[in-house]
Write a protein that binds this ligand. Structure first.
Ligand SMILES: Nc1ncnc2c1ncn2[C@@H]1O[C@H](COP(=O)(O)OP(=O)(O)OP(=O)(O)O)[C@@H](O)[C@H]1O
Ligand SMILES: [Mg+2]
Length: 296
């Protein structure tokens, strides 16, 4: 079974349930994901300064932003420092609240670091608690997922939040990493000084192109999906069909392939072919579009 990694080969001998659990934890290091991980590592290694560089990861929904952040988080968990025997937390991950305010954002951070606070705390006390907590944990990166939610607030709130982020970054010498849809770009442009510090990284939707990135992605999936026979996902017809069946995000591509793999395990074919893609119960973007038009 040379078509699989060693781990996938071992899993392919297991029953369906174990194979499904394994498929739900796959990680593929495609080129842009690796670029972003390298960028994150540079931020982590950057000495503290009053003008820390940051990063903005922009991409469509379901296209791999949070998966990359979480992959990096898993590699850089909290640890106890040998120097002073205190807990250090290199990265704090929060989500921008859906209707953001300074208060909610501070609470997100305090929850993420497990700092005790009272809802009735005065705003200045809460802000102080955030500063002291992040400082004592020696935080290097503050990751803010769903960054585009910033635009849900009115322009005064947006300005307040961006200013607060700048103060946090300047006072503590930490890097800010935002991730969100392309609206996140727009959100940050309202503060040109902050915007100039964020290096943008774009996660484009997948397509057939000359650099064969998409075909390599499919080849990686084939190596990880624990099926006993090769699938030839990189066959042009199969590769194109997968694109037309999905919205071309890695999330949908992955869901479709996992569904096909489950189908192939259940019916004993152990391989994904054009037939598998035709047999699975799956709604293509065209199906969804048709349904929506019928509802109107
Ligand atoms: N590098 C990867 N390797 C394997 N699977 C991945 C990878 N990146 C994303 N996926 C799959 O795609 C799904 C969607 O990815 P993710 O949740 O990161 O998208 P997102 O861009 O954060 O979406 P949203 O904007 O809706 O929050 C993941 O749950 C995972 O199944
Ligand atoms: Mg996400």
């Amino acid at each position: 079974m040379t078509h699989l990694t060693e781990k996938a080969k071992a899993v392919s001998a297991l029953p369906l349930k174990e194979r499904v659990a394994y498929m739900n934890n796959m990680w593929i290091g495609y080129t842009q994901a690796v670029n972003i991980l390298e960028g994150l590592q540079e931020l982590l290694d950057h000495p503290p300064s009053h003008r820390m560089p940051g990063m903005l990861i922009v991409g469509a929904g379901n296209n791999g932003k949070s998966h990359i952040l979480n992959h990096f988080l898993k590699r850089n968990k909290a640890f106890v420092s040998k120097e002073d025997d205190l807990v250090k937390l290199p990265i704090v991950y929060v989500q921008m609240p859906a209707s953001p305010s300074e208060k909610d954002f501070y609470i997100e951070i305090l929850d993420a670091v497990g700092a005790p606070y009272k809802i009735s705390d005065r705003p200045d006390r809460r802000a102080q608690l955030v500063l002291t907590s992040l400082r004592s944990l020696n935080v290097k990166i503050l990751m803010i997922d769903e960054f585009h939610h910033l635009l849900a607030g009115n322009s005064t709130k947006q300005r307040q939040l961006l200013n607060m982020l700048k103060v946090l970054s300047n006072k503590l010498g930490i890097s800010l990493v935002g991730a969100g849809t392309k609206e996140a770009f727009r959100a940050i442009q309202t503060d040109p000084q902050l915007a100039s510090r964020f290096t943008p990284y774009v996660l484009s939707k997948w397509k057939m192109d000359e650099d064969d990135e998409y075909l390599s992605l499919l080849a990686s999936f084939e190596k990880l999906l624990p099926l006993q026979k090769p699938s030839e996902l990189t066959d042009e017809k199969i590769a194109l069909k997968i694109l037309t069946m999905t919205d071309r995000t890695i999330g949908q591509i992955s869901s479709l392939l996992k569904l096909c793999a489950r189908h192939a395990i259940s019916n004993g074919t152990e391989s994904i072919t054009l037939k598998t893609l035709n047999e699975v119960k799956w709604k293509t973007p065209a199906d969804i579009d048709k349904e929506q038009r019928m509802e109107i």
